[in-house]
Ligand binder design. Sequence first.
Ligand SMILES: [Zn+2]
Length: 391
Amino acid sequence: MYSLGIDIGGTSIKACLYRMGEPGGGLEAVAEPLRQATPSDGSYRSMLDLLHRIIDHHRELIPSEQRNSGMQIGLGTPGLVDSRGYLRGDAVNIPGWTGVQLKDELSEYAGVEVQVANDVNMAAYAEWRLGAGTGSDSMVFISLGTGIGSGIITRGGPVAGHTGMAGEIGHLVVEPGGRQCKCGLKGCLERYSSASGIALTAQELAETGGPELDGPLRSLIQGNRIQRSRILGNPIPEQRAVSDVAPPSVAPATVDFRDVPPGASSTAQPRTQRPAGPDNPADAQGVYEALEQGDPLARAVHASSSRRLAQAAAAVAHMLNPRLIVLGGGVLAAGDVIVQGVKEHLHEFVMPMALDDLEIRRTVLGPDAGMLGAAAMAADFAGEGYSLSSS
Ligand SMILES: [Zn+2]
């Protein structure tokens, strides 16, 4: 039996076909994951056509003698997905998807009931079934990337909420009257502890902080070209003005900080290729590279982000009392320091009696979690009873 996991992202769609082994056999990838660019016209029709082609392509990968036994399909998508698999409200990255009945349309095409859920909920499902949360009866997965989202697992299953909004932790207000968020509120967690929020805090503190924050990162942000050349490893001759220096003739980076798997070296992406800008997620990488060197500004930015994350984690702990909170998403490329930072501030916000049994861990599945979770949810729906360990 086979299960196809599809993960729709803002710029690309990833899909992978897994073989569901005998009980105890796990989920085994049949081929390398497929990655396709999201249709440039952004229309629902184009997206649906692409999804049909992805389904057809993967069905062909199944040996013909086994094709009749079917292929389960799971799909994670941005936006709010209610418990029936319907998209509600605008999916942030895919305009025009309001109210589409993606589940019904795909199920009719594929001839099986397709499991559809929010992409972060799918990643949460993967961590619960096959990753950091294996064996726990209640778990919350928080994804820290360009934005912030979470997926809730309680009593052995995911929680979508009445309208699919359960887990929208990125829009928990942690700073009343603070930074404007695209959702309409001010002071949302996402504006402080996502990759772009971290970069923005660095920018703000570089401009307004006291002399105790002076260091290489501040110099870099303030455009000190000598310090900048040292940090970027791309010396600029002293006698030339910055404006005289031609932009580096390197190809654009293909590795995105938001997509770096946990444990990957932060130097995997050549630093000279990282675009600058206060709202660019790549700049969070710069903050955490500077933190490794003990930079005072980076320490202040990290503390600020961690404290607000701890505030949000405390809300989760008090409301849901989960056994485990798993942190994932591109920001975790910075390493265990993110988990450590949250732990250091938790005691400020969580009742002491609730702290003892609360564990915070880092993702073990990385950027493929959404795809894997979609396949796992579809496999579970079919009741195939594969093992709880990944293969
Ligand atoms: Zn918001």
